[in-house]
Design a protein around this ligand. Structure first.
Ligand SMILES: Cc1cc2nc3c(=O)[nH]c(=O)nc-3n(C[C@H](O)[C@H](O)[C@H](O)COP(=O)(O)OP(=O)(O)OC[C@H]3O[C@@H](n4cnc5c(N)ncnc54)[C@H](O)[C@@H]3O)c2cc1C
Length: 292
């Protein structure tokens, strides 16, 4: 399919995805765009819809496993400044979907607004955090979302209130959509006390880091009130290796891609872990990692 002339400055063909995802694995996106504003975003998404192309949104790539065959559709990256801004209105933080979640946490805490600080240290963008209902310490992001704005394939924007988003354990009903903005209803608190709390949470979070912080992923969702890390550890799978992919030896809920790793090796390792955990505990670990 040819890219029409008026979109050629926006859409590229055969963009390698491996450098854009944390695991550093995978083939190209057939079409790739990095729109700088919502108007451009609308143009590319509408073009894809008119041409029956599948579209995927790329955040920071910290929760993606891309197969070597790549993605045969349009990948839209949300890294431009126009989709990454913040605004504080009273006790509400409005964040662009492309903004880093860590920046949202710092912005809220700096403004004396509590409610997001427990998410400190989770990599990725606000849009991905909302669509995947990220959580830490048993609290998810959905509990502080006021509303979410989604760009529809016809270029219109639809607003979903919190109770329409379908927040459940590490899931929402918005998977497959394009979130462009989220509003968080936070609580005005003493900024100094909140900053101290953030520092404590940050130290606790850092103590749980795997041995390395590049080319890693967290493949599994913690099953309700249980920890994937403990389950995998108790089953004796820490450090398990499949080709050039392994589980971290001290934090085995993290998968590490070594030099030469492939998506098939990752999938085989994930399959072995699920099988062993199911066999020994009866618990079927669900995937957090999105596979393209
Ligand atoms: C070291 C490490 C620690 C982690 N810790 C946690 C943790 O404590 N808790 C937790 O819940 N997760 C955790 N994760 C998982 C990961 O950080 C989250 O899933 C995060 O939300 C992914 O953000 P991203 O921008 O990198 O998304 P990507 O990897 O780019 O995309 C992930 C999915 O979100 C979709 N998406 C991205 N942006 C949008 C958008 N604007 N609209 C609609 N869909 C979109 C993508 O299409 C894809 O399906 C961790 C991962 C790592 C590597």
């Amino acid at each position: 399919m040819m890219i029409p002339e008026h979109l050629q400055h926006l859409i590229h063909s055969d963009q390698p995805l491996a450098p854009l995802v944390w695991l550093g694995i995978g083939g190209p996106a057939h079409f790739f765009a990095e729109p700088v504003d919502i108007e451009q975003f609308t143009q590319v998404v509408t073009w894809a819809a008119e041409n029956q192309l599948s579209t995927r949104v790329l955040g920071s790539g910290s929760n993606l496993l891309v197969r070597e065959s790549g993605f045969d559709g349009l990948v839209v990256s949300l890294s431009a400044a126009a989709t990454s801004g913040f605004q504080i209105n009273g006790d509400t933080l409005v964040a662009g979907a492309g903004a880093k979640l860590s920046h949202a946490v710092v912005k809220a805490v700096g403004g004396g607004l509590g409610g997001l600080e427990h998410l400190v240290g989770i990599p990725g963008t606000v849009g991905a955090a909302v669509v995947g209902n990220v959580s830490s310490g048993g609290r998810d992001i959905g509990s502080v979302v006021r509303c979410v704005r989604v760009l529809q394939p016809d270029g219109t924007i639809r607003e979903f209130q919190q109770d329409e988003v379908g927040f459940t354990h590490r899931k929402t009903a918005l998977a497959g959509t394009t979130i462009i903005e989220a509003e968080f209803k936070l609580e005005s608190v003493d900024a100094a006390a909140l900053t101290k709390r953030l520092q404590k949470l940050w130290i606790a979070r850092n103590s749980e880091h795997p041995t390395r912080m590049e080319r890693i992923a967290m493949p599994f969702v913690d099953p309700d009130s249980l920890s994937a890390r403990e389950l995998i550890q108790n089953v004796g799978l820490a450090g398990l290796r499949e080709g050039d992919v392994s589980l971290d030896s001290s934090q085995p809920h993290y998968l590490i891609a070594h030099e030469g790793a492939t998506s098939d090796q990752c999938l085989r390792l994930i399959g072995r872990v699920r099988e062993q955990v199911l066999l020994q505990t009866g618990i079927d670990l669900q995937l957090n990692l999105q596979i393209w």
